[in-house]
Write a protein of this length. Structure first.
Length: 415
């Protein structure tokens, strides 16, 4: 049926009927409406695209939500596209795909994919993910990754350096470079904005830390870990000093790794080490005493609970801040020269040399593999030698922190 569509006619079509009715508009060829039995009136446009054998019918909208005048305007535009050989449905689908692709290529989405597919399998996954979420996603999250330039990366690094954190800036640059390096082949990027950027040029040459705690500082730190006020960080710091492990290796250790406590062994699984093999730490008596005290404080810690912290791992910065406050109070209000928790590991390794432990044994004690061909041909584990080294160092520390009556350790030198 053909008729010149009008608002009056369309309102009449909204009443229920025995069968559906279709009306073609005389004013605009290819435009019409369909009224269902239930009185639902919808507009449509229909034409055979140029170069196609089949006609295309496209629903435009429903009356009265869409007025007749607007429906004619939309139909006219659609019919012109069809006349030019363009299927508006295919165009709309292509536009939707383009929008989805643009959204998927934002830095935030690619960063999330990087975290899921690459970061979470790494030993330091927690630290990398936290840095990306803190420094990168808030800054570039909604931008297409292809729009991020070398100048953007330089500005980010400069801002962190200006805040007084050059080492943090170095870390941010390293993780940013890793993220873009991962994204280039996966997302068909032409290049990474981190290409040709050097941490040495942007931040300066990295100065290797050489801080080793002297005996006075060791004694002061040990005293600062005593008492109920040090319950949060005391056992953690003492074990770091006695065992020479990295702060995360101890901070994220669970009681599952201490199933061999009676055998004086701590087995760190390879997933938490830089190496691909588990690392066995022979526990000296002083370390076992600390661990047993922790067991007594938490009667049911077994399973996946953390050795330090219980249900959640220790907060390193918070622990260090509390420790430094205790040290300052004990030291007459003066802080000792700047030091980090990692300096305990360096002190441990230096102390082994001081005790004349063979260099290759000392390196094995901090989970460094043997150099060169020794790694391939010498498969001896040196368990006895390592246990002797750990015991010797623990005994040395105890002599420092609790010297015999005729030996006095002066604390004022720590200032």
């Amino acid at each position: 049926m053909k008729a010149t569509l009008s608002d009056r006619q369309l309102r009449a079509l909204t009443k229920p009927r025995t069968s559906a009715q279709e009306i073609w508009d005389r004013e605009l060829r290819g435009f019409g409406c369909r009224a269902s039995k239930h009185g639902v009136v919808s507009f449509f446009a229909m034409r055979r695209p140029r170069g196609s054998a089949k006609s295309v019918r496209i629903k435009i909208g429903e009356f009265p939500a869409m007025p007749l005048k607007e429906a004619r305007q939309r139909a006219r535009a659609l019919l012109m596209e069809l006349q030019d050989g363009v299927d508006p449905r295919a165009r709309k689908a292509a536009e939707a795909r383009a929008v989805a692709a643009e959204k998927a290529s934002t830095f935030a989405n690619i960063a999330e994919a990087f975290i899921t597919r690459h970061v979470r399998s790494k030993r330091t996954a927690h630290a990398i993910e936290a840095l990306i979420r803190r420094e990168l996603i808030p800054r570039w999250g909604e931008r297409p990754i292809v729009d991020i330039t070398r100048a953007d990366v330089i500005a980010l690094v400069d801002e962190i350096v200006d805040r007084g954190h050059p080492e943090a800036a170095r870390l941010v640059l390293a993780y940013t470079r890793r993220l873009f390096g991962w994204a280039v082949p996966r997302y068909d990027l032409q290049h990474a904005p981190t290409d040709h950027l050097s941490a040495k040029d942007l931040i300066g040459a990295k100065k290797p830390r050489q801080r080793v705690l002297n005996d006075s500082e060791i004694a002061l730190i040990w005293r600062a870990t005593e008492g109920p006020e040090a319950a949060y960080f005391g056992p953690y710091v003492r074990l770091l000093l006695l065992l020479g492990v990295r702060r995360t290796e101890l901070g994220r250790a669970t009681w599952l790794e201490f199933d061999e406590l009676d055998a004086a062994r701590w087995v760190i699984p390879p997933g938490r080490m830089k190496s691909d093999e588990p690392f066995v730490v022979p526990l000296p008596p002083a370390a076992i005493d600390i661990l047993r005290t922790l067991l007594e404080r938490r009667p049911l810690p077994r399973g996946r609970n953390y050795v330090i912290g219980g249900a959640s791992p220790i907060h390193y910065s918070r622990a260090k801040a509390r420790l430094d406050a205790c040290i300052k109070a004990l030291n007459g209000g003066k802080a000792i020269p700047r030091w980090t928790l990692h300096d305990l590991r360096r002190t441990f390794r230096t102390g082994l040399s001081r005790l004349q432990i063979a260099p290759h044994i000392a390196e094995l004690c901090i989970a460094h593999s043997q150099p060169g061909l020794h790694r391939i041909y010498d498969q001896h584990k040196f368990d006895v030698e390592k246990r002797h080294a750990f015991a010797a160092w623990a005994a040395h520390v105890l002599r420092i922190v609790a010297p015999p009556a005729d030996v006095v350790v002066s604390l004022h030198k720590a200032t």
